[in-house]
Design a protein around this ligand. Structure first.
Ligand SMILES: Cc1cc2nc3c(=O)[nH]c(=O)nc-3n(C[C@H](O)[C@H](O)[C@H](O)COP(=O)(O)O)c2cc1C
Length: 254
């Protein structure tokens, strides 16, 4: 970064963003209803594609329901333990109602609408997490809920045109994990055109950096790197059921 950069020295928000790390262990202290609602309000301030606001968030407090979700997500105990657990849903139901009301008929599972709703809810969620982090709370996304999305739909009474994209645990951190190094900006920010010729070397260099990070971090130190982790993650999380599930819910065409 440029050393005379105004942003680098002056933005508390950017400083906060650069300190992000997922939190999976929480102290036994609730988040008040009004604080939670305020975080959701901050979430909703995110931009929304054509202002469709295609999202709903389900707050799950029932311990038995949480336990079922935690098990379906591969035994993620923090889903049971977090003071708050939210399920973020892409929601085209409201939009469909508006279309019907306007005499336009029902939605027909267009991929573009599915993408817009999925992007919308992700923006809200990231705003919520960032707002939470700004007051000292922490949290973690839970994509593991898509291991069994039908279970979530049944447990949470989700109508058609709505699907659970990810969960989020929130609470007061009981731990302070290290920040994971990201790819260098130069690897992510391409100048004018996508620079395919440098991708391989960038990944090799980043793997070296991540080997050092994984080997030296305070908890769960291990011999690994980004490529190894990523290839494993992608192989384990194919979730072949997703297309069928989304089609059955009317979010994508059959
Ligand atoms: C959409 C999404 C789904 C995720 N799903 C899970 C999950 O199921 N369980 C979990 O422990 N972490 C999950 N994570 C957290 C990532 O593992 C984490 O963000 C990543 O390793 C980077 O670490 P950091 O957030 O501490 O910087 C998810 C993150 C995202 C964005």
């Amino acid at each position: 970064m440029n050393s005379d950069s105004l942003l680098e020295s002056n933005s508390e928000t950017i400083e906060l963003m650069l300190k992000h790390r997922s939190i999976r262990k929480f102290i036994d202290k609730p988040i008040s209803n009004s604080d939670l609602e305020h975080l959701i309000l901050a979430g909703q301030a995110a931009a929304s594609s054509s202002f469709i606001q295609a999202y709903s968030i389900i707050r799950v407090t029932d311990k038995a329901v949480r336990a079922k979700i935690a098990e379906a997500a591969g035994g993620q105990s923090w889903i049971n333990e977090a003071p708050e657990f939210l399920v973020y849903c892409a929601d085209l139901k409201r939009i469909e109602l508006a279309c019907v009301q306007q005499g336009q008929g029902k939605l027909e599972g267009h991929t573009e609408h599915f993408l817009a709703a999925t992007v919308d809810v992700a923006l809200v969620a990231q705003n919520v997490l960032l707002a939470a982090e700004s007051v000292g709370l922490g949290g973690v996304y839970i994509g593991g809920i898509r291991n069994n999305p039908q279970l979530l739909a049944d447990l949470l009474n989700l109508p058609d045109q709505v699907y659970p994209v990810f969960g989020m645990c929130l609470g007061w951190p009981a731990i302070d994990p290290e920040v994971k190094p990201r790819f260098p900006v130069a690897s992510i920010l391409h100048q004018e055109k996508y620079q395919i010729e440098k991708v391989e070397a960038d990944v090799t260099a980043y793997d070296k950096q991540m080997t050092e990070y994984y080997g030296s971090r305070d908890s769960n130190a291990r011999l690994s790197d980004w490529s190894t982790q990523t290839a494993k993650a992608v192989q384990l999380k194919k979730r072949e059921h997703m297309l069928d599930f989304l089609q059955q819910r009317g979010l994508l065409k059959l």
